[in-house]
Design a binder for this molecule. Structure first.
Ligand code: LLP
Length: 416
């Protein structure tokens, strides 16, 4: 499902022209497509039909309440990593019984709140975390359901900053340590062992690292069973890649089919935590060209979005497609570096792009629906962009553009 298409040379989001949306709500703005979000989520549901499963959308990819609401209405569960994400899910109408709680640094307060909400599972990342959770649950006279995040030591073959399943990473426990953590968990009265999980990295474009990880997890499941510790679910995390440029990641259907084949007829519920593969290509970042500045070295197109709005190019050298909103622009055709107004040389959205642009033209960054707005900041005291959800021929503002008052909320001058 391609939500952003040209009609009469004008880029559209579902039934609406991007130019009209930008006119109405201003730039920079994030534009999401409800139909695209739903289509991607349904691909997971279809691929998992007939298997006991739970699809826990990774909230960190795009945590806007409208996004969470749309997915919750389809029956999604949620993978969270903080108290803030937990409250977002609840506020958006998500079902706490479908929440899994990941993250290496859960606090006692977050654990207590999650216990009160009776979430599905805590994905434990270390032995000390198990001890702390057991204490917090015991004090409340409650039982915490847990899974142990295993670091299977496989190379996800992705960018080192978003690779998480190698021994050298801070995440999870090694296969060897996992046995000890499970044995300890099994003897704690305030803990109920229910599952096993891993997440080996993000933007994976091959199936084999997932299957390598799955094999290691299944070996552990068997070893635990031989000791009388029976697990009910297996959570393979997120990580399925998307096409930003010319990557050819497996489809959701291919990926899930390979996992189901490897699982065979084991009675394990399958859990996934997809983020990017659901949200990335359901969103654009739309920006206006303010100045053209050709120099001896580079042609700069200065736009009103910057690294504070979309940090992925600066942080990971990520390549995001940049498209003209009006293909019939009568501007200047050249190879442009598309850069923002932030005072950093690293403030670029894309380099060496063939575009025809004039000041006032709109450009759209593709693949911006995941890890776009959620990683944005107020650097250079820039108010964060508006977020718009398109639904057929309707555009809804789902986060208002920030104003100066938002920037200084909670700040104070010293007393006289
Ligand atoms: N589950 C866990 C435990 C995770 O740590 C992550 C992502 C996910 C699920 C979702 O992974 P996905 O399906 O989105 O690949 N900011 C980076 C990506 C960091 C991902 C961190 N963990 C980027 O912009 O590429």
């Amino acid at each position: 499902m391609e939500p952003f298409n040209y009609r009469d040379n004008q880029l559209c989001a579902e039934e609406l022209q991007i130019a009209a949306i930008a006119q109405r709500f201003g730039t920079p703005c994030y534009i999401y497509s409800r139909a695209a979000l739903e289509a991607r989520f349904k691909e997971y549901q279809d691929a998992l039909s007939g298997a006991e499963h739970l699809i826990c959308y990774a909230v960190k990819a795009n945590s806007n309440l409208a996004v969470l609401d749309i997915l919750a209405r389809l029956g999604a569960g949620f993978d969270i990593v903080s108290g803030g994400e937990m409250e977002r899910v609840i506020t958006a109408g998500g079902d706490p019984a479908k929440i899994v709680f990941s993250g290496v640094g859960k606090t006692p307060a977050e654990m207590a709140r999650a216990l009160d909400l009776d979430i599905a599972c805590f994905n434990l990342e270390s032995a000390p975390e198990l001890e702390l959770l057991a204490r917090v649950a015991a004090e409340k006279n409650m039982v915490a359901r847990v899974s142990v995040r295993v670091n299977p030591d496989v190379d996800a073959q992705t960018h080192p900053y978003i690779s998480t399943g190698l021994r050298e990473n801070k995440f999870g426990v090694t296969v060897e340590e996992a046995m000890a953590v499970y044995r300890r968990a099994a003897e704690l009265p305030s803990i109920e062992v229910v599952g096993i999980d891993c997440h080996i990295g993000s933007q994976l474009t091959q199936i084999s690292p997932f299957i390598d990880a799955l094999k290691r997890l299944l070996a552990l499941v068997d070893e635990l069973a031989s000791e009388g510790i029976t697990l009910h679910h297996l959570d393979l995390g997120g990580g399925l890649g998307v096409c930003y440029k010319d990557e050819q990641p497996p489809s959701v259907a291919e990926y899930i089919a390979a996992v189901r084949a490897e699982l065979g007829d084991r009675p394990l519920k399958l859990v996934f935590e997809p983020g990017r593969s659901i949200a990335a290509n359901a969103g654009l970042l739309v920006t206006r060209v303010n100045y053209l500045k050709p120099t001896a070295e580079h042609n700069f197109a200065l736009v009103d979005a910057a690294m504070n709005d979309m940090i992925r190019p600066a942080l990971y050298q990520a390549w995001l497609d940049i498209r003209q909103v009006d293909l019939a622009s009568e501007g200047q055709t050249a190879t442009w570096d598309v850069v923002g107004p932030v005072c950093e040389t690293g403030d670029f959205l894309g380099k060496n792009r063939e575009l025809t642009v004039a000041p006032g033209d709109l450009l759209a960054l593709s693949g911006a629906g995941a890890y776009g707005f959620t990683m944005s900041s107020n650097y250079n005291s820039r108010p964060r962009a508006a977020e718009i959800m398109v639904d057929g021929d309707q555009a809804h503002i789902v986060r208002a553009r920030e104003e100066f008052e938002d920037l200084i909320r909670g700040e104070a001058r010293l007393p006289d």
